[in-house]
Design a binder for this molecule. Structure first.
Ligand SMILES: [Zn+2]
Length: 419
């Protein structure tokens, strides 16, 4: 815990860390990510553009990958080497179980060793569609999980909320086990199914198969009856209206959130404010996907995408998460995108939605249950801290350049950049 803040006398045996003018902050909280998928993505070989463009490059990538156990490939696209199959992988890939995921996420291509390891006989070509349940039986190693957690610690992240919809009591048990083993350093809050160990009931809405409205309302009410807030994945105007209508009927529970709220026409801002629901946004998508949005979405709607300022002006509680691995895990790059609203190619997207650097930082400073309320360094708070490599005056010039010198979780130095 933080026990005192101010000009303090050194007590005997106390260690002093010289911050050299760097800003000390409460540790960051990523309010929306998918941790195990992030760890798997870090431990995977990129098998598609831009990293891999042709057949010989794919062979190189697969055969030069480190390790001897399972090899996961991600991002495959037939532009690279056509409709490759088990025979292709056996002939050109390494002598270890290989599973290669298509960019669509729906197709896996397995070699013979992988089929054997999973006890599969069919299909003969090793091409499996929509078999995620089966393929989850190739778990990550402690080292792979530890690598992902340390990468987050290096960014100053001391806690995260995992938003994977299928999270349940087993997921909770695996996180607690990984924390006990020291592989997962961060504090973890889970969204997911209605189950023990899950703090937020997650709903994933898709426009082409929305649930029946009454059933959706009942499910929300059932979560609220267990004193559990809800988190609804809503990336379209339709799913947003659907969610707001349901909340209007059953009422909002404190802590209810809408994930993404990617497209918000002006008329819906007062409706969101009236429901008192928190928005958890991904400003990094302005940078990472903004160029595609500028091509695909009508110009007069660009200002409706991943809004920032309009939410704050309407008094809507706002927090952020990176959605890693579907977005880049770096919260500092996300904050800067919230400030400059620049796409990767440098174009502006919704410049009117820009936040101040202070507001952008605040998106990642909230606690799990109160994501839109920035924590402060104060006596009595948990000693979850990150020390920046620069002052705030320097940091606010370009948040994406901020480096984290040290991260503490419950007072334990877990990213030693200081001596
Ligand atoms: Zn997500």
């Amino acid at each position: 815990m933080i026990t005192a803040v101010g000009r303090l006398r050194r007590r005997s045996g106390e260690r002093i860390v010289e911050a050299e003018g760097g800003l000390l902050l409460p540790g960051l909280h990523d309010h929306h990510l998918h941790f195990f998928a992030y760890a798997a993505a870090r431990a995977s070989v990129r098998c598609g553009p831009p990293a891999v463009a042709g057949e010989s490059e794919l062979m190189d990538a697969l055969n030069h990958a480190e390790g001897s156990g399972w090899l996961r490939g991600v991002g495959y696209h037939e532009h690279v080497a056509g409709d490759i199959d088990r025979a292709w992988l056996d002939r050109h890939g390494p002598a270890r179980p290989v599973r290669l995921q298509h960019r669509s996420g729906r197709l896996w291509i397995l070699n013979s060793r992988a089929m054997q390891a999973l006890g599969l006989h069919a299909p003969a070509d090793g091409r499996l569609f929509d078999q995620d349940e089966l393929l989850r039986s190739t778990p990550l190693t402690g080292a792979e999980i530890g690598d992902a957690s340390r990468a987050l610690a290096r960014l100053g992240i001391t806690a995260f909320t995992d938003m994977t919809p299928r999270n349940d009591k087993n997921t909770n048990a695996s996180f607690r086990g990984r924390q006990a083993a020291g592989d997962v350093l961060q504090k973890v809050t889970l969204a997911g199914r209605l189950a023990d160990g899950i703090s937020l009931r997650k709903f994933h809405l898709h426009d082409d198969h929305l649930p029946a409205f009454d059933a959706f309302c009942d499910d929300i009410a059932a979560a609220h009856a267990r004193d559990m807030p809800i988190a609804v994945h809503a990336v379209t105007e339709l799913s947003l209206v659907f969610t707001l209508s349901a909340l209007e009927r059953v009422g909002t529970h404190s802590g209810d959130r809408i994930e993404h709220a990617s497209v918000v026409p002006p008329a819906l801002l007062p409706a969101i404010a009236a429901r008192g629901v928190t928005i958890v946004t991904q400003p990094n998508f302005v940078r990472e996907r903004g160029d595609a949005y500028r091509q695909d979405i009508a110009a007069d709607e660009h200002g409706w995408l991943y809004r920032g300022r309009a939410f704050l002006q309407h008094g809507i509680p706002l927090a952020a998460g990176t959605d890693a691995p579907f977005g880049e895990a770096d919260p500092w790059a996300a904050m800067q995108a919230a400030v400059d609203r620049r796409t990767a190619a440098g174009a502006e997207l919704g410049a009117g939605e820009a936040l101040s650097p202070e507001a952008a930082l605040g998106l990642f400073l909230g606690a799990a249950q109160t994501p839109a309320r920035p924590r402060k360094l104060a006596a009595g708070e948990p000693a979850d801290l990150c020390l920046l490599d620069r002052s705030w005056t320097q940091a606010r010039e370009d948040l994406s350049r901020v480096g984290v010198r040290a991260t503490w979780i419950d007072g334990q130095l877990c990213q030693p950049g200081v001596h």
